[in-house]
Design a protein around this ligand. Structure first.
Ligand code: FES
Length: 139
């Protein structure tokens, strides 16, 4: 009987500790949740050489961004995930980004829909150029 009591007391202590840790974690995650949620929804920053983005076209980076250069020295970045059903956009011309799955088309300067079935634009990201390197920010 006595070992059972010790076991029960020990178990109760562990349960109490776990509950306390759980509460602490819940409080900690509440304060950090918005930041963690934001970083999960936006892709990490990425870099690409400006020379790797063809003029009158574009390139997909890390399966996260499509960077376009419709005119020399003009760079734009968007999510490369199609807003229709989530395929990766692939084909970039001077004025259109095209999704291969159902042929939605998006503007290379604004990301807006030029042709469905997609109805939402590609999210646009900022591009900063320095020393021939483009940094795309997911914020
Ligand atoms: S997933 Fe892109 S057009 Fe359907």
């Amino acid at each position: 009987m006595e070992p059972n009591r010790r076991t029960m007391i020990t178990s109760a202590g562990v349960v109490g500790t776990v509950a306390a840790v759980g509460l602490t974690s819940a409080c900690g995650s509440d304060s950090g949740q918005s930041g963690a949620g934001s970083s999960e929804s936006a892709p990490a920053d990425a870099t690409v050489k400006a020379s790797d983005v063809p003029v009158g076209s574009g390139t997909v980076i890390d399966e996260a961004y499509v960077v376009t250069q419709p005119k020399e020295g003009e760079f734009y970045a968007f999510s490369s995930v199609c807003t229709h059903q989530g395929c990766q956009v692939r084909t970039v011309t001077e004025d259109k980004i095209t999704c291969p799955c159902h042929s939605s088309q998006f503007s290379t300067t604004t990301g807006e829909v030029l042709g469905g079935p997609a109805t939402e634009p590609l999210p646009k990201y900022s591009v900063a150029e320095s020393g021939g390197t483009l940094t795309i920010s997911g914020k």
